[in-house]
Design a binder for this molecule. Structure first.
Ligand code: BES
Ligand code: ZN
Length: 458
């Protein structure tokens, strides 16, 4: 990349940040219906900025849910074509009272921008758009063809993406898919993702008496659904931190010695991880390190529990119902549908007398692993090294992007996870942030990446 391009990026830093701030101001929360208009407005905003970047055939494609924003820059039929995927929808902000500044009023502090969506995934989406702008509008040219596909439903399980992918397979045809929706091992450690965990998400409903009861008049004589739910949950893992659902580990591939050694060699310590989480101690499946637990072993977590009186003060009540939202992170070769069935059967078998238990699946997605030997990974490694001044590390990812295996299947190209979310960046939590320097280095990396891909092929 010529120094002129770096100069272009430097002289546009402030405007790039201003656009980022404008993007963050739109509360495109996909999980709540009341934000539907904001989500639509966000798609419009994104389409416009993509158009201004000089992309062609920019289109907002409506679905039964939230629209896609697609665009392309086809420069040479003989050159490779990369498809960039990301999402402009964000997670809800609650608990809002725990934010230090309002979640949709982006705030600068200590070299960071705080707002919902800064790292997951608006910042990473906009890096791509601004890198494209730099190449196209800056007059530096495109050595590869690029297509963009941004969705507004990633945080609710990409409901309409599969249908769209299959029906628009020609339009989205490409040689490789680049996804920037993952993280970095450290704030100054450029990272390339080699895999993602899958997910099986279910809800457990426990029903007891016909209505809430006075806990003095009835407590001790009627089964309490909250207690029954707690009993069920307590039986989902054993003392070694292993999930007790029968058959849960049947398809789990053991971690190879090579991967274990590579993982051990990464610059990571439990002490720093404890600091990042603010948790008093770590825990997990016996016999595995923290990174192994996060990247290569499955997990089961309670995401939420609802029951009884949760207001201020004390109310003596025996609740009629209790429910819990439970997700399992999966690794190769666990099948999300099969795991959901095994979980359902097991939880139903744990139902104590005196309550009824229902298990309702929410969504699921397959685990994924990429091919670190592909030229695409080498191209990304070079672009990252040139922008961050440091050779990147290859890392696993504990999170899930259920659409990725489908990209491979339908579009038949390799997938690259080029992530810029900082560790401890509070994705899905209050005070989500993005490091400002990393934001600009991300743009630079992507602007360089096209040359590296063109030089190596895919
Ligand atoms: N950006 C995340 C995925 C992610 C998280 C990758 C952490 C790597 C590390 C994405 O937006 C996300 O939150 N995905 C959901 C998927 C779910 C809603 C199906 C997730 O992982 O919980
Ligand atoms: Zn997310």
């Amino acid at each position: 990349m010529s120094s002129d391009l770096t100069a272009y990026l430097r002289s546009n830093r402030e405007r790039f940040e201003q656009e980022f701030v404008d993007f963050l101001r739109i509360p495109s929360v996909s999980t709540e219906k009341r934000y539907a208009e904001d989500v639509a407005r966000c798609a419009e905003w994104l389409a416009e900025i993509v158009r201004e970047a000089g992309m062609d055939n920019v289109e907002i494609i409506p679905t039964e849910g939230n629209p896609f924003v697609v665009a392309e820059k086809m420069v040479d039929p003989a050159a490779p074509t990369v498809l960039v995927y990301g999402h402009y929808d964000v997670q809800p902000v609650d608990p809002e009272e725990l934010w230090d500044a309002p979640p949709f009023e982006p705030t600068y502090k200590n070299g960071r921008i705080y707002a919902r969506g800064t790292n997951d995934d608006k910042g990473q989406v906009l890096m791509h758009v601004q890198a494209l702008e730099a190449r196209i509008k800056g007059g530096f040219g495109m050595p590869v063809n690029v297509k963009l596909c941004f969705e507004g439903e990633e945080e609710i399980g990409s409901i309409n993406l599969e249908t769209f992918l299959r029906s628009a397979a020609d339009r989205l045809a490409c040689d490789a898919v680049i996804v920037s929706d993952t993280g970095m091992l450290g704030i100054d450690i450029p990272s390339i993702g080699t895999g993602l965990r899958g997910i099986a998400y279910l809800e457990v409903f426990v029903d007891g008496p016909a209505g809430d009861l006075h806990s003095g008049s009835y407590g001790g004589a009627v089964v309490n659904p909250a207690f029954a739910l707690a009993q069920i949950i307590s039986k989902l893992k054993d003392e070694d931190g292993r999930v007790t659902v029968p058959g849960f580990y049947d398809r789990v591939r053991p971690i190879s010695e090579t991967i274990r050694a590579e993982t051990r060699a990464l610059p990571f310590t439990d002490e720093e991880f404890i600091e990042e989480t603010g948790a008093p101690a770590l825990d997990g499946e016996a016999g595995y390190s923290t990174l192994e637990r996060l990247w290569y072993r499955p997990a089961l977590d309670v995401n939420g529990m609802i029951s009884g009186f949760t207001g201020d003060g004390a109310k003596t009540v025996l609740p009629a119902k209790a429910s819990a939202k439970i997700s399992m992170r999966l690794v190769a070769d666990q099948d999300p549908d099969e795991i959901a069935q095994l979980f359902t059967k097991y939880v139903e078998s744990l139902a104590p007398e005196g309550v009824t238990v229902r298990v309702v699946p929410a969504h699921g997605g397959w685990p994924w692993s990429g091919d670190p030997d592909s030229p695409l990974f080498e191209a990304a490694a070079q672009a990252l090294e040139d922008s961050f001044g440091r050779r990147p590390v290859y890392i696993g990812e504990g999170g899930s992007i259920p659409i990725i295996p489908l990209f491979e299947e339908v579009l038949k190209g390799p997938v690259l996870l080029l992530g810029f979310a900082p560790p401890g960046g509070n994705a899905h939590a209050p005070n989500e942030w993005m490091d400002v320097e990393t934001y600009h280095k991300g743009i630079e990396t992507i602007a360089r990446l096209y040359d590296e891909v063109a030089a190596r092929g895919i």
